[in-house]
Write a protein that binds this ligand. Structure first.
Ligand code: DAH
Length: 345
């Protein structure tokens, strides 16, 4: 039995030393130390050894088991070291690295920054306001009382007021950044020049030129002696900077309850250069900036005296500005997650 054990040890150790990889080493371990491994079985047979020798043989077997296990552990370490060294010697430090991909600003954000920059040069400050808004600031203060037909044009998302002490319909997602007129004017004395870039929401059918969520930059200016020509001058200056000095602009009258008179600003369609195409509905012009002189009722509601001060307001449809600048014919491209689209800007 003693010879048999020593023999097993010698074979095991030589196999271990010969192993070239971890897989072979694992096989050797199973062959000797596994459940039906040679050493395991030999140890089970110790019971058959005459009682007077059993203790010595038992100690020898335990010693051999320890030697084999240690040999395996050492070999694992040698193999691991060998692999890392081999790998290291294969790294070619002269190969240029792979640069991580770096993103860039979304076209909408790029133009938004441009818009804010242009307005800053003529003294406008940017303000931010809540997207969850009250009926009061979104409509009432803007001379759009309950049941006013102008509310029909602003398909409104109403928020649930069930578990609150608010009346149903009182809290909404703002439909227009004009909602900030009341908030700012109530707290600020004229003169003031403010722009409000922000998101608005309307329950609209989504198509190539409408989204249920859209960006506007609202702007307003109040001071003594502000006239319609100040509005025209401001809009012409801003659009010239944003779309190029040669861009043709025209104004037409329109109606919004919070302005009197109301005007619509059109720029020559950049897609067809005024010839008429599907983007401009064959008119050659694109509506880009509704505006007007702030209605005396709005001025009164925020505590101003319409005899003392006057003002103008306007809104830039941001997505329109983006599609016109980049000659895109579908607004939905701006929110499409396919990077091949965004990478073009
Ligand atoms: N808030 C209006 C809308 O989203 C647009 C608008 C019209 C804003 C005239 C103005 C304005 O400031 O003067 O439909």
């Amino acid at each position: 039995m003693r010879d048999e054990l020593i023999n097993i040890k010698n074979i095991a150790v030589s196999f271990i030393l010969d192993a070239q990889d971890k897989k072979t080493l694992e096989e050797v371990r199973m062959q000797f130390l596994g459940r039906s491994g040679k050493l395991t079985i030999a140890m089970k047979n110790i019971i058959k050894v005459p009682i007077e020798d059993r203790r010595d043989i038992g100690q020898l077997a335990n010693e051999i088991k320890r030697i084999v296990e240690e040999a395996i552990n050492q070999k694992i370490q040698t193999l691991t070291k060998f692999i890392t060294e081999e790998r290291r010697s294969k790294i070619d430090l002269s190969i240029p690295g792979i640069l991580p991909e770096i993103g860039h600003l979304h076209p909408m954000t790029q133009i938004l920054y441009d818009v804010v920059d242009v307005f800053k040069t003529i003294g406008f400050q940017a303000a931010d306001g809540p997207e969850i808004e009250s009926d009061y600031y979104n409509f009432e203060v803007l001379n759009i009382p309950k049941n006013h037909p102008a509310r029909d044009t602003q398909q409104t998302f109403y928020l649930n007021t069930r578990d609150t002490n608010l009346n149903p319909g009182e809290i909404i997602l703002r439909t227009q950044t004009s909602a900030m007129q009341g908030r700012v004017m109530e707290k600020t004395k004229p003169p003031l020049r403010v722009i409000v870039p922000g998101k608005n929401f309307r329950y609209e059918q989504v198509d190539a030129s409408h989204g249920f969520e859209f960006w506007q930059v609202e702007g307003f200016c109040v001071d003594k002696h502000i006239r319609l020509t100040d509005l025209f001058g401001t809009i012409s200056f801003v659009l010239g900077k944003l779309m190029g000095d040669k861009t043709k602009i025209k104004f037409a009258t329109t109606n919004f309850p919070f302005v009197e008179p109301g005007v619509d600003t059109y720029i020559e369609c950049t897609v067809c250069k005024g010839k008429g195409c599907s983007f401009c509905k064959n008119s050659g012009w694109s509506e880009i900036m509704p505006a007007g002189m702030i209605h005396p009722n709005v001025l009164r509601k925020v505590g101003y005296d319409p005899q003392e001060v006057s003002g103008f307001a306007f809104a830039i449809g941001m997505s329109r500005l983006v599609t016109l600048r980049y000659k895109m014919d579908d607004l939905r491209l701006l929110t499409n997650p396919d990077l091949r689209i965004l990478e073009q800007f």
